[in-house]
Design a binder for this molecule. Structure first.
Ligand code: FES
Ligand code: FES
Length: 168
């Protein structure tokens, strides 16, 4: 059996076709092949959430997903949250305004998880935010400013009809 496989997938609205090792993780593919380094690697075994991306609309640990498993998939990384004109996603804006980060290492995973939460539950209670983020570890903030950021994002998020792209 070949140790390499041809894959085609969409990342942040752009389609890519590449030959990859069947052992390569989706995280390494995103970072090393596509040079989208906003997706971070922390633990590399599914615990910290730093590598979280949206895969077909659901959050996924890209360190635990093989690139070949993403063949045909639609992926959104943190770079895909900005609008085409460079405008920050409301969740990014809320993190910026509410000091939702310090070193920023956990932030891409936090943002992706928060975007998924607010898409599915536009007006979450604080405990729902905490539960949604419970799979994402942060070593700096103590979490309160992150939770505050997500609650602020819920207040400022545009109505679905006004959004410019499906994850916004
Ligand atoms: S790097 Fe993937 S969960 Fe930690
Ligand atoms: S801001 Fe540093 S790990 Fe979260």
């Amino acid at each position: 059996m070949s140790s390499e496989q041809r894959i085609q997938l969409t990342v942040n609205g752009k389609t890519y076709e590449r030959t990859v090792s069947v052992r390569m993780s989706l995280a390494d593919f995103i970072r090393d092949h596509l040079h989208l380094t906003g997706t971070h690697l922390g633990c590399e075994h599914g615990v910290c959430g730093a590598c979280t991306v949206l895969m077909n609309g659901r959050s996924a640990r890209s360190c635990l997903t093989l690139a070949v498993q993403a063949d045909g998939a639609d992926i959104v990384t943190v770079e895909g949250l900005r609008a085409e004109d460079g405008t920050r996603h409301p969740v990014q804006e809320a993190f910026h305004e509410n000091f939702g980060l310090q070193c920023g290492y956990c932030t891409p995973g936090m943002l992706i998880t928060a975007v998924e939460l607010l898409r599915d539950n536009p007006n979450p209670a604080e405990d729902e935010v905490r539960e949604a983020l419970s799979g994402n570890l942060c070593r700096c903030t103590g979490y309160q400013s992150i939770v505050d950021s997500v609650l602020a994002a819920a207040r400022k998020r545009p109505d679905p009809g006004e959004r410019k792209n499906p994850v916004r």
